[in-house]
Design a protein around this ligand. Structure first.
Ligand SMILES: [Zn+2]
Length: 353
């Protein structure tokens, strides 16, 4: 006689990709409206998430394989990667871009770190001798999470840190250097159209930039109103893509104080119907957790249960899914919010089978 639950096989653990080298880059500080503050993008973020997935039997932590320079240069402008390489010789401390040439950037030299502002759009994203290696391994996590999904895993998670969704083709900023989610999407794109859904509190301006003209990758971002929040100059609902990418970029801006009901309602009414209409073969989720009510950087009022509910909705799309870590700065609850999201995705996927 079969056991009562024999027809419900135990799910395989969700693969988590992470490399300790990602912790060697430690940005020290940034200026926040005239005040020097400890840098929010600390190694404690990744350590908190790692601790949470290591104690949960639903996850299995793996090291990604190395990522060659050519993979970084295929995604980003050559000068940007050359600038990061130049920073490996910086020595102690960190370089904060402080001079921004605007439209006069044609004289900039990517081997001269005094010119770093030519490839950067804010003063809060420092370069150090360890930036490139940490960012390279962060990207390798996303690449291998995408490979795991292509090999048959329904869901894989990249514990990417530093984050990536603000990194454009030729510009860095927003604590981001290499666009990890874009690398995952480019990898998955070989199997067919891809949807990227960015639930970070901040607009995914880098991902939007990288796929602006790409009709095979649908990019959606649901974020704090850029009139009030970083990155300020992008993230408007009028930004819909160009050339073959017209209609494949969706921005949903929500006001300060947005709660779970409003956030999930916007996912249900606006974002998810557009994703379904696009007909992707796979999904990348930019998992920013900075919409959490206690987050010191974001401005919303989301609860842990809201991340679970969002995950379940994304899982119900029934797509092979790569979840890539983005922001989230309230370290004590990062682990629980992330595992809630991922268990939600898994539950949603199971419900569609
Ligand atoms: Zn963010």
């Amino acid at each position: 006689m079969r056991a009562p639950n024999a027809e419900v096989p135990m799910a395989e653990p969700i693969p988590v990709f992470f490399n300790e080298v990602q912790l060697e880059f430690r940005p020290l500080y940034e200026w926040a409206f005239g005040e020097r503050i400890a840098h929010p993008e600390s190694t404690a973020r990744a350590e908190a998430i790692l601790a949470a997935v290591e104690r949960d039997p639903g996850f299995s932590v793996r090291e990604p394989g190395p990522l060659p320079d050519s993979a970084l240069r295929a995604l980003h402008d050559h000068h940007l990667i050359t600038l990061y390489e130049a920073a490996t010789g910086w020595g102690e401390g960190e370089c904060h871009p402080t001079t921004f040439p605007g439209l006069s950037r044609f004289n900039a030299d990517p081997t001269n770190l005094h010119h770093a502002g030519a490839w950067c759009f804010d003063s809060g994203t420092p370069l150090s001798a360890r930036t490139l290696e940490a960012a390279r391994w962060s990207a390798a996590c996303a690449k291998d999470a995408a490979r795991a999904v292509m090999a048959g895993a329904p869901l894989a998670y990249a514990l990417s840190r530093p984050p990536g969704h603000h990194a454009m083709k030729a510009m860095f900023g927003g604590y981001c250097y290499i666009n990890n989610a874009a690398l995952a999407a480019r990898t998955l794109r070989r199997r067919g159209p891809v949807a990227v859904v960015d639930i970070d509190f901040h607009h995914g301006n880098g991902t939007q930039d990288l796929f602006w003209r790409d009709g095979k990758v649908f990019t959606a971002s649901i974020h704090g109103d850029p009139a009030e929040f970083y990155p300020y100059f992008q993230g408007l609902e009028s930004e819909q893509g160009a050339a073959r990418g017209v209609g494949t970029n969706l921005n949903v801006a929500l006001p300060r104080g947005t709660d779970g009901a409003t956030w999930l309602g916007a996912l249900d009414r606006v974002v998810l119907p557009r994703v379904r209409a696009f007909g992707p073969a796979s999904l990348v989720v930019c998992a920013g957790l900075d919409g959490y009510k206690k987050d010191p950087v974001g401005g919303w009022a989301l609860e842990t249960a809201d991340f679970a509910a969002a995950g379940e909705r994304l899982g119900r799309l029934g797509l092979p899914t790569v979840v890539v870590q983005e922001g989230g700065y309230y370290t004590p609850h990062l682990g629980r919010n992330l595992t809630a999201l991922l268990h939600g995705v898994r539950a949603g996927q199971a419900a569609t089978r």
